[in-house]
Design a protein around this ligand. Sequence first.
Ligand code: ATP
Ligand code: ZN
Length: 638
Amino acid sequence: MAQRDGQWPYAAGSRELKRAVREARVLTVGAGGIGCELLKTLVTSGFRHIEVIDMDTIEMSNLNRQFLFRKRHVGMSKSVVAAEAAKHMRPGIDITAWLGNVKEPRFGVDFFRRFDCVLNGLDNLEARRHINRLCLAAGVPLVESGTAGYLGQVSVHLKGRTECFECQPKPTPKTFPVCTLRNTPDKPIHCVVWAKEMLFPLLFGVPEASDLNEAAAADGEGAASTADDPTFYRHRQGEGSRQFAERVHLYGTKIVELRRMEDLWRNRRRPEPLDLDVLLLPAADGSGTATAGDSVAIGGAAKPVDVASSACRALGLKDVHAVWDVPHSAAVFLMAVQLFVDGRSNELGSAQFDKDDALAVEFVTAAANLRAACYGIPMQSLFETKASRLSNIIHAIATTNAIVSGLIVVEAQKLLAGAAGSCQTSFLHQQVCSKRLVSRMAAPEPNVACMVCGTAQAELAIDTNKMTLQQLVDRVRGGQIGFKVKLDSFLDPITTRQQQHWKDTLLRRLLAQLPGGGVVHNSILDIDDQEQCFKAQLIVKHREDWNSDQHPEGFVLSGGLPTAQAEQLSAEAPADVGGRRDGRNDRRGPMPAHAGASELAALQETEDDVVLLASDDEEDATEAAVCTGGSIFWILFK
Ligand SMILES: Nc1ncnc2c1ncn2[C@@H]1O[C@H](COP(=O)(O)OP(=O)(O)OP(=O)(O)O)[C@@H](O)[C@H]1O
Ligand SMILES: [Zn+2]
């Protein structure tokens, strides 16, 4: 049948559409809430050739909300179990499960080229951006999805036809200055984020990843006993709850130390330490008495509790709307630690906060409330902590995932039927809106100013007199740009002596003081990440008026430049920069090694595919390039 773009060439349910679906090869990424529903929907819609990638294994917290998973699956790969379930539903299906991070080099552009479309069921921006770039490079259409509670969204991204995933800036989760969280919280959310992102990893996850870890903290403040030992806060074997609370008195000794930092309290109320005797008082109504004094021995032979899931259940705290007082909060805190130590010891040292993990949310609520009590901030109920959008603890709803999966498959069918012109962006609302629960609009056209699929440059506002090269590489790579390369990983293959050179010289220099004139206002940063087949140009805008509350990360990235300005900059740019500007997504050859200035001679080395740095006096330009495997992080200073 002739295909007229913009219209369905095949009638729904027609033989041709069924064949297109049956023969299509699709890749789904993520086998979580959306991913599992999506696999079910694909199988029941007649898809036969499916590959699924997920990097995770199944945990207890997955069982409630991903109905494919059973208790016996805990510890097994999500993608493998989901693929097995799909096979069970339709035995003849050709389905391959991959356990791994989609950002690994084995899932590069050649891997993506094998598919007719890619369907995402992911939960993070970083992976979404990475896949967007690979789909653009491979020319494979992408159907993106996301859910948050009752809300859902599905969009279609087709190179040159519709917006790419990065054509419009995405709202990033609100961040808070670390010093506010560590020292001077004044809102309930500050306490929740402190408990979730700093205390939780310190006690149960990777302590080095926590900003409370004093061994890693550059300022070295804090008690000598904790400074060298990142596991100080971990519960020790045989330690009773009172002993644990006395040793790790986060709400006592730590607060007393903070009170001594006079500068902090000139215009603020000093926090008050909590007295352990008050903290460990039996609650007046008898609930929560399990932690009174030493009646619960953390890690010891405690009374039988449901070790699987809930501190509140173990303590008989049933009302999710109740705001616990200080002793109740302490009781929940200690019980949660006990349940982790007793029942989930295999996770200790690597646990990650999960919004669907009841025990983790209880712990965070209790820990945040105790901190709030020290600072005179209102405490919150379990419900309020969960419901706070800012704290990013939004419950997953299976029905939302099911509806979104259906919408993804409808868009995939349009793509396979050659009706890309009728692809739509769909929004699932919380309530019926203009008589509809799902509203739809035509997929928007690409944004010419997009730095990923368009040709425009973006602007990067930074303080070039305050930011070092290391900070630039560190902060900008994650955040809004999402480069593949991590400082640690690109330093890995470099010998220790070479690393030392980097650390001692260039990485620590302020941007404006780098050789060759430095990175200053209107410098062009030319960035090439070969693993993502992604190149971008950033125009530096020097800015000094930073408000750390508004921009804790210390930079702002904004969209493309107006054409006239872009042209002007293009005329100013050196020939090889201008020459590359239009050739987006093409792979670049090896880095040119220029003759370097004398002070950099020692650093000017090429070893395997590692080019450290080259400076070219004649052109008054400096290039820094770092490569690992296929990845290149390259900055051209002009
Ligand atoms: N880089 C990555 N590579 C492979 N898999 C990833 C990557 N990042 C995230 N995932 C997987 O994506 C899945 C996301 O599922 P998750 O259940 O957390 O969110 P969701 O599908 O939005 O559903 P929910 O409704 O439960 O929030 C997880 O299983 C996670 O392991
Ligand atoms: Zn784009």
